[in-house]
Design a protein around this ligand. Structure first.
Ligand code: AMP
Ligand code: MG
Length: 371
């Protein structure tokens, strides 16, 4: 399916927000059309989750493989019980604690959600966003809203309406501009369908399929048995570890230039990156460095961008996708990046960076680079 539209940009003033302004967008959703809209994590590309035509439109507009399931967005907590079935206690507890917010909970799929929305799976990923534009839009549309990130498949996720226009202009009828998003990384995904038997008693062992703003530590405060799916914490590409979230197996977030990440002591990393930059320059390539406030002045590359202060992981998360897209705009051909800590929000940052770099990470401090 290939459709063309004159994409309307609907500007929403958050300072003076009146949900009525969203009525044209809600109408489009209720008619099976697509709308890109802001959430607190990234911009989403929404369509009616109950309508197989709408999900087909989402896959077509993004160029997304149809075995990659969509997250279903709801506007009230109780709706988890409508789109899911046999919802376990732990899923309800997570919802109670973290919704509305940046957590996606996977439960068994209710019949109302067709398999086209879930990439053929019998489970469904569900989220209640906290962003008032997102939540009002879902409520007004009267439908559950399937919404992947509003980027062209493979490109960095969209954190501003301008990014959505870059990737989707002409392919969908409307983009809602609610300004830059707050968090900047997609939601944490926790799978609550993984049953184990402990001393003969069945229980759910929640598994994190995608790290995000809601960290392992926070989920463990509710359920200490929560773990990362092994594919999430793999620091090298390992074909033997199968990603449970189908989307995580695809190359993702990638800038157009060749991207390598260096891990090691700060001075070592700076020296090595400058050495590599010089080599690439000699070959006539446009070089770029993904740096931090602490290191940015030490690099000698064509483009040096700071993600913020190393300790301020929330700021780094907010800027990450914007900066990766910026490299494409500036025509960066050889990109070098620093490594961040693999814990807390850093785990989510490194998950996206490793994917963006196609797992191209070089360890300068003794090969810590294993799973
Ligand atoms: P995005 O929509 O771009 O935020 O990506 C959604 C992510 O959620 C992808 O990695 C999907 O594979 C994953 N996902 C959605 N539904 C499920 C599900 N039922 N089981 C496992 N992973 C899922
Ligand atoms: Mg995505």
């Amino acid at each position: 399916m290939s459709e063309s539209y004159k994409t309307e940009l609907l500007k929403v003033d958050r300072g003076n927000f009146d949900p009525v302004c969203l009525l044209p967008a809600a109408k489009l959703l209720s008619e099976g059309e697509l709308v890109a809209f802001p959430t607190e994590t990234v911009y989403g590309l929404g369509g009616n989750a109950e309508d197989t035509t709408a999900s087909a439109r989402i896959y077509a507009a993004k160029g997304r493989p149809s075995d990659n399931p969509l997250i279903v967005h709801i506007s009230e907590k109780e709706e988890l019980l409508k789109v899911g079935r046999d919802v376990p206690e732990v899923a309800l507890k997570f919802a109670e604690k973290f919704w509305p917010g940046p957590l996606t909970i996977i439960v068994k799929r209710a019949e109302i959600i067709p398999k086209t929305t879930t990439g053929g799976l019998d489970t469904v990923a569900v989220r209640l966003p906290s962003d008032e534009i997102a939540r009002s839009l879902i409520r007004l549309s009267g439908v559950y809203v399937a919404a992947p990130s509003a980027n062209k498949s493979g490109r960095p996720s969209t954190t501003r309406a301008e990014h959505c226009m870059e990737d989707l202009d002409g392919k969908i009828p409307m983009v809602i501009d609610g300004g830059p998003v707050k968090i900047g990384l997609e939601s944490t995904i926790v799978d609550c369908t993984n049953e184990i038997s402990e001393n003969g008693v069945k229980k759910v062992k929640p598994m994190i399929l995608r790290p995000g703003y809601i960290t392992l530590e926070k989920l463990r405060e509710i359920e200490p048995a929560t773990e990362y799916d092994p594919a999430v914490i793999a620091r090298v590409k390992n074909e033997n570890i199968k990603a449970k979230a189908p989307g995580m197996k695809y190359r993702h977030y990638a800038p157009k230039g060749e991207f390598v990440i260096y891990e090691g002591d700060s001075e070592q990393v700076i020296a090595k990156i400058n050495e590599e930059v010089a080599k690439m320059r000699a070959l006539g390539k446009k070089t770029a460095v993904l740096a931090t406030e602490e290191s940015k002045d030490f690099y000698d590359a064509d483009i040096v961008v700071s993600l913020g202060r190393r300790k301020d992981e929330e700021e780094i998360a907010t800027k990450l996708f914007d900066v990766l897209r910026g490299f494409d705009e500036m025509g960066a051909e050889a990109i070098f990046g620093e490594c961040f800590e693999f814990r807390g929000i850093g785990q989510a940052i490194m998950n996206r960076l490793l994917k963006a770099a196609g797992y191209n990470i070089v360890s300068l401090n003794g090969g810590k680079n294993e799973v």
